[in-house]
Write a protein that binds this ligand. Structure first.
Ligand code: C2E
Ligand code: CA
Ligand code: CA
Length: 690
């Protein structure tokens, strides 16, 4: 398989190198190298900078590990317009030669670079001499010259870029146009800025040579800026912990691979993979060890894959591999087998040898889907099948869908469900324990499925998270909740609304702006919205999550830590998180009157919340006894069936009025919350969570 790639890159590189060398010899033989007399100091200084630039390139953390920009091009262009083509190409060739000897560049890479630069400079020089009589030793540039120089610079940029893009595109097996367009604006702006400096350098050099190093300062600033921009882009597309491409970049590459596959009638394989015993490692050895393990996965996979294959981390212990071009299914199965065996070898973590296992699901384009979403879903189904059978890997079959009809069929229907508004929010009230008044509600999603009836979140949220459909769902839920809250406020009810945000959405850097937009759209103040997040979702990628939480909190959106007590995060995190509320997990609350351990947890959480200045909400308040105990402990808010089950928005007003009325009546006698009497409470819902 390796030969497929090199068979196209190598002839191309050879042609460019040979053509470049031919032009190099021809120009060197016929051209005058370096203006004589007064400008020889200038000549050598520029040559020195060309060499320096090539020896100290700026490495770009991009898709291609070896992509770099160097100042050598700017100075060789300065040579071109001050001394002519021959000087420029020879200086660059010299620089490349030195880079080959001292920087360990490979021979073929250096030869290609010499060829590529020579061709670009020669073309640029030809345009320059066609449009002007630059270079003219000793005579300063005129306005007309600058136009010719600009044209020459553009030609240099174009030729240079096309030549390199073809090389990268062949190497990565993607269409040339794709690579050309990818970073075009970034490259054009860096090249434009540095090439524009060339005439200034020349003019400065004509006045005084020491001015040139001074000119370097802004150039360095420029490169630093460019590098930072590249770094930001890199971070948006890569996983922080492992440095592997993230979901966004993977989806982009899968999309590209499908398009190319379509054109070339080739097969694309997507593999989803999940480590079977990762949670154990995390739970028993701690997060740090878990992180160390995750970091080792990429290199292991890399060792059995081709360079053009993509390894991505999707979050948690989930990885994906994209094989953009496989001859047949058997070849992909072989790769899966190799991955499996690579992971079978024990991992060394802090002196311990650990064995983990992976389940891999494979789906192929175009056979199993022609779009990213379907393909990923199907690989996901196959992954679950492989987990079930412990076979290591499984290739998707339509049969599997029949075996796991719930999973796939539902995922496929979510998008239309959103469009058809089958997804509805129910609201569960939250009461102040001291007064019994309702201060806010939690929005809980329900799906009125046309065939299966009412579906609860546990039945569709988890798999939504695996497929990227969680983002539209989160936006949908947020918008519905914000809109509803606004409606209530207009009706005179001062309620806050809490929305659950899943781990995936929490890592979505667009979330804060999206929420801000929705709040503005519906005219709701940010303090009326609260987001419920879990500790474990933060721990998936703490640095990133923390950044997003900080941005949310800067926008005035408050945060609640949900299911508190079930996670394993540390108190030090809690102190640094911008949270306003702790929600004691219902399992502790429901058991606190029967189990002393749970009672201790509830009591100390209330204490902890008070010490940290956080509001404490007890979930799962099912009985009057719970309510009373929590009130005695000084808990701030209660939520649970004792007050009400989650109910539809339409019923909520009615419920609230009835409750306020009975509160008033009770007030006259004795303070007591009204028991749950909503229609939904009659609906049979086994307490799944118990
Ligand atoms: P959660 O955030 O812990 O929500 C509370 C769950 O406990 C709700 O289940 C609620 O109906 C149930 N509950 C409330 N009071 C009591 C009680 O007194 N006793 C018992 N046994 N249970 C009670 P639900 O609505 O089925 O939601 C389950 C989970 O699904 C939620 O847990 C939340 O994590 C997730 N979820 C719900 N809506 C959304 C959503 O819009 N987006 C996301 N990402 N997740 C959601
Ligand atoms: Ca919640
Ligand atoms: Ca909860």
């Amino acid at each position: 398989m390796q030969t497929v790639r090199s068979s196209r890159v190598r002839p191309y590189a050879t042609v460019v190198s040979v053509a470049g060398f031919a032009v190099l010899f021809f120009t060197a033989a016929s051209g005058r190298v370096g203006a004589s007399g007064s400008s020889s100091g200038q000549f050598w200084l520029l040559v020195a900078f060309v060499v320096l630039g090539e020896m100290l390139p700026i490495r770009l953390p991009r898709r291609n590990a070896d992509e770099e920009i160097s100042m050598a091009t700017a100075f060789s262009f300065a040579l071109l317009i001050s001394q002519g083509v021959a000087a420029a190409v020879l200086a660059l060739a010299l620089a490349e030669l030195l880079a080959y000897f001292f920087r360990g560049k490979t021979f073929s890479r250096s030869a290609f670079n010499i060829g590529q630069y020579t061709l670009a400079l020669a073309a640029s020089g030809a345009v320059l001499s066609l449009l002007s009589n630059v270079p003219r030793p000793g005579v300063p540039f005129e306005t007309a010259d600058l136009l010719a120089i600009a044209a020459a610079a553009i030609v240099f940029f174009l030729v240079n870029n096309v030549l390199t893009s073809v090389w990268f595109a062949l190497q990565q097996e993607i269409p040339v146009v794709d690579h050309l367009m990818r970073d075009l604006s970034f490259r054009a702006s860096t090249a434009g800025a540095s090439l524009a400096l060339a005439p200034v350098v020349v003019i400065a050099a004509q006045h005084s040579l020491p001015l040139i190093p001074v000119l370097l300062l802004p150039v360095l600033a420029l490169y630093k800026g460019g590098r930072q921009a590249a770094l930001n882009e890199y971070q948006a597309l890569h996983d922080n912990l492992t440095n592997l491409p993230n979901r966004v970049l993977l989806q982009d590459r899968v999309q590209q691979a499908i398009l190319t596959g379509d054109r070339e009638k080739s097969l694309v394989a997507v593999m989803l993979m999940d480590l079977d015993r990762f949670k154990e490692v995390n739970d028993t050895l701690g997060h740090h060890s878990g992180d160390l393990l995750l970091k080792q996965i990429g290199p292991r996979l890399r060792s059995v894959l081709r360079e053009s294959d993509t390894i991505a981390r999707l979050g948690g212990d989930e990885f994906a591999v994209l094989l953009p071009n496989v001859p047949d299914r058997a070849a992909a199965a072989q790769v899966a087998d190799k991955i499996k065996r690579a992971l079978d070898l024990p991992f060394e973590i802090q002196g311990l040898r650990l064995n983990i296992e992976a389940s891999i699901g494979i789906a192929f384009a175009p056979d199993h889907g022609r779009d990213v979403e379907t393909l990923m879903q199907r690989a996901d189904v196959a992954m679950y099948v492989s987990k079930g059978t412990r076979s290591g890997y499984a290739i998707y079959t339509t049969e599997q869908d029949r075996h796991s009809p719930n999973r796939l069929a539902l995922v496929g229907q979510i998008r239309t469900a959103l469009e058809k508004e089958e997804i509805e929010l129910y609201y569960q009230p939250k009461a102040e324990l001291l007064t019994g008044h309702i201060k806010g509600v939690e929005a809980l999603v329900r799906w009125h499925h046309p065939e299966r009836g009412l579906l609860f979140p546990d039945e569709f949220i988890p798999m939504t998270e695996n497929t990227g459909l969680i983002e539209p769902l989160t936006v949908y839920v947020l918008e519905a909740a914000i809109k509803q809250c606004r409606v209530w406020q207009e009706a005179g009810l001062d309620l806050t609304v809490a929305v659950n945000v899943s781990p995936r959405s929490l890592l979505d850097s667009q979330l804060p702006d999206q929420i801000e937009r929705l709040l503005r759209k519906w005219g709701l103040r940010s303090s009326a919205l609260r987001l419920e997040i879990t500790e474990s979702s933060i721990m998936e990628d703490p640095v990133r999550a923390m950044g997003i939480l900080d941005r949310l909190s800067e926008k005035g959106i408050s945060l609640a830590l949900d299911d508190f007590g079930t996670g394993y995060s540390s108190l030090s995190y809690l102190k640094r998180l911008p949270v306003n509320e702790l929600k004691i997990d219902k399992s502790f609350v429901m058991n606190m009157t029967a189990d002393e351990d749970d009672a201790v947890i509830v009591r100390s959480t209330i204490e902890l919340g008070r010490n940290l200045g956080l509001e404490v909400v007890a979930e799962g308040v099912e009985t009057e006894e719970h309510w009373q105990t929590l009130a005695d402990l000084g808990c701030d808010f209660a939520q649970g069936y004792y007050l009400s089950r989650p109910i539809a928005a339409g019923e909520f007003m009615q419920w609230l009025r009835a409750r306020e009325k009975s509160l008033q009546q009770a007030d006259e006698l004795h303070h007591e919350p009204a028991p749950d009497s909503t229609p939904e409470s009659k609906r049979k819902k086994a307490d799944k969570s118990e």
